[in-house]
Design a protein around this ligand. Sequence first.
Ligand code: MG
Length: 221
Amino acid sequence: MASQRSLQRFWEWGKKIICVGRNYADHAKELKNPVPTEPVLFLKPPSAYVREGSPVMMPYYCHNLHHEVELGVVIGKGGTAIPQVSAMEHVGGYALCLDMTARDIQDECKKKGLPWTLAKAFNTSCPVSDFIPKEKIVDPQNLRLWLKVNDKLRQEGNTGSMVFSVPYLISYISEIISLEEGDIILTGTPEGVAAVQEYDELHAGLEDIVSMKFKVERQTH
Ligand code: MG
């Protein structure tokens, strides 16, 4: 088992980024999607991670890049078919994440019934904050998340509004995809998603526990 110290840099070696879509009712509605009765899952590769100091790249084929601010749950102890009642024992900590989304491409994929890979899994599509040790967060279902673009507040929500809770998600996901130490679950975004432009500055925070800033750049082709 890797040490706590190495979990602090989980983005360097964690194998999976498992994302939950439409996990806040107000966000599902703003994109005219039904509120799900089962979690909506998709994946990003670890190459999607980007850390403060490097830019978020708008893919060359994207003309409507959206921000989605999300609570990330970092797995500290792996498992398969984890019962909900012991799910929190598998949490090693948390991180603030952005699920950057090529919304124009996602809309096309949805219309054509195609997978979301080009919309969700491109390089830098997962900006990630510093690791937050588990002890710093008493209740993961009562956390204020916010995101500003060029100092203007765009998203503000509370993790208490999730459709599916953190323990439910860990249990549900681990029955389908075994969870391993260093994996992260992105738990969905509250309402207020919108487009960013080249040179915009994204500034996101979780309570007064962590915050992070990223500049947007356009990928040249
Ligand atoms: Mg999302």
